[in-house]
Design a protein around this ligand. Structure first.
Ligand SMILES: *[C@@H]1O[C@H](CO)[C@@H](O)[C@H](O)[C@H]1NC(C)=O
Ligand SMILES: *[C@@H]1O[C@H](CO)[C@@H](O)[C@H](O)[C@H]1NC(C)=O
Ligand SMILES: *[C@@H]1O[C@H](CO)[C@@H](O)[C@H](O)[C@H]1NC(C)=O
Ligand SMILES: *[C@@H]1O[C@H](CO)[C@@H](O)[C@H](O)[C@H]1NC(C)=O
Ligand SMILES: *[C@@H]1O[C@H](CO)[C@@H](O)[C@H](O)[C@H]1NC(C)=O
Ligand SMILES: *[C@@H]1O[C@H](CO)[C@@H](O)[C@H](O)[C@H]1NC(C)=O
Ligand SMILES: *[C@@H]1O[C@H](CO)[C@@H](O)[C@H](O)[C@H]1NC(C)=O
Ligand SMILES: *[C@@H]1O[C@H](CO)[C@@H](O)[C@H](O)[C@H]1NC(C)=O
Ligand SMILES: *[C@@H]1O[C@H](CO)[C@@H](O)[C@H](O)[C@H]1NC(C)=O
Ligand SMILES: *[C@@H]1O[C@H](CO)[C@@H](O)[C@H](O)[C@H]1NC(C)=O
Length: 322
């Protein structure tokens, strides 16, 4: 008990010391203004951005109404001239959540009408993340690594899973089991997001029935998504089946089946990747499986990345050093 308290104090202290290394901040672009044609022109977003610190792994949320607007990632030249003929990426469903996975300058514009030239454009500088948990010389005791969420949070915050991780959504030459293996140790809950990465025009993502999945008959589908990266928010519990309608892809192994549990979470999960193991019961041998479960890309289950608390703290700490 006393040891637990000490660890907690130590974690809080370390957290304050190295927070910029670990915290992932969600930035709602323009805050309550959202993603619109700003009344005073583009200065609204440059002012907003100047007050934020963007680090690799953070997310931007562009809040707009689907069908009435969009957001496109573009080059500096395209940003400067509001040329939206060939964006790098484009998100059409609002609110759009975009993970900043590269450092450097990023440019976003609306491709609707003259909205960009009227000021609906955002340029930001993203700094590199300081690396994962820099070998803490001050914490020799192993339990520190798993201490952050002991008994306080019975449910975890939504997780974004990148399907296949680095290999993305594809036919892999060496195996037809890739996505079954990828899904095997993961816990999917209502509210989580699947991201399917692929090269535009070379794949699609089709949600299908179990029988279509089993037989690889894709003549009828529940829905088909064509524009990468495809982001699917898991809205309903139960089994979900995904494949591609491109010829032979399904039978070559481009298929994913998952079980989604409801987020009210009192149902005992059959998965070994339990969300809140008691730290004291963890042997060093079992801990890696719980830390290896979350995807590398964006959200991690332990620190709930609520917008205000983390960003507020980081603003206080890191703005001055830039
Ligand atoms: C900048 O951030 C601080 C702290 O979060 C806030 O109080 C202030 O209003 C912000 N300034 C602008 C111009 O948004
Ligand atoms: C997006 O805008 C709507 C309507 O203004 C608002 O209700 C909602 O809270 C906003 N979402 C975010 C993430 O700011
Ligand atoms: C817009 O960008 C495209 C592709 O980069 C280019 O071909 C076109 O000339 C540009 N249009 C203008 C008006 O600069
Ligand atoms: C993040 O990386 C993935 C590929 O790993 C890419 O498809 C996606 O567009 C990237 N996001 C941004 C905002 O660049
Ligand atoms: C990013 O930072 C560089 C170097 O400080 C600066 O020259 C550039 O204007 C910045 N870009 C944006 C979009 O803020
Ligand atoms: C199959 O290939 C992918 C991509 O090259 C690689 O990441 C994965 O480890 C390979 N799997 C096996 C079982 O060899
Ligand atoms: C899943 O977890 C078990 C036990 O934690 C481990 O033995 C197995 O290798 C894991 N499988 C994959 C595909 O990671
Ligand atoms: C993706 O490819 C389709 C054709 O396959 C094309 O119409 C569309 O403009 C492309 N989108 C992007 C963002 O490149
Ligand atoms: C595939 O499914 C469709 C309707 O879902 C059905 O009409 C068709 O006969 C099926 N094809 C095969 C080869 O089973
Ligand atoms: C989902 O869970 C049920 C019950 O545990 C199991 O029978 C089924 O095979 C699972 N489906 C998938 C796609 O993992």
């Amino acid at each position: 008990m006393a040891r637990g308290m000490n660890m907690l104090v130590l974690m809080v202290f370390l957290g304050a010391a190295i927070q910029s290394c670990r915290a992932q901040t969600t930035h709602v672009v323009g805050d309550s203004l959202g993603w619109v044609v700003p009344p005073g022109g583009a200065i609204a977003y440059s002012t907003w951005a100047a007050n934020e610190t963007f680090v690799v792994g953070d997310t931007l949320v562009f809040n707009f109404t689907t069908g009435m607007d969009d957001v496109a990632k573009v080059t500096k030249a395209a940003y400067d001239s509001c040329n939206f003929t060939s964006p790098i990426s484009r998100w059409t469903n609002g609110p759009a959540t975009i993970t900043l996975n590269q450092s450097g300058e990023h440019f976003f514009i609306s491709t609707f009408d003259r909205r960009c030239s009227l000021g609906e454009k955002l340029a930001i500088n993203v700094s590199a993340a300081s690396g994962p948990a820099p070998a803490p010389t001050t914490t020799p005791t192993p339990p520190a690594a798993s201490a952050p969420t002991p008994t306080t949070t019975p449910t975890r915050s939504p997780v974004t899973y990148t399907v296949g991780d680095v290999v993305g959504w594809n036919v892999l030459v060496n195996t037809t089991q890739a996505y079954a293996l990828w899904a095997a140790n993961k816990t999917f809950m209502v509210g989580d997001t699947l991201v399917f990465n692929f090269v535009n025009g070379t794949q699609n993502v089709a949600e299908v029935t179990k029988s279509a999945y089993d037989s690889c008959n894709t003549t009828s589908t529940i829905s088909v998504y064509t524009v990468p990266p495809v982001r699917i928010i898991l809205a309903a519990p139960g089994e979900h089946f995904y494949t591609s309608t491109y010829p032979d892809r399904c039978s070559l192994g481009q298929k994913l089946a998952i079980n989604v549990t409801s987020s009210s979470a009192t149902t005992p999960s059959p998965s070994p990747a339990a969300t809140t193991p008691s730290p004291s019961s963890l042997s060093p041998a079992t801990r890696p499986s719980s830390t290896a479960t979350p995807p590398s890309t964006s959200t991690s289950p332990s620190p709930p990345s609520t917008t205000t608390t983390t960003s507020e703290r980081r603003k206080k700490k890191t703005r001055r050093s830039l």
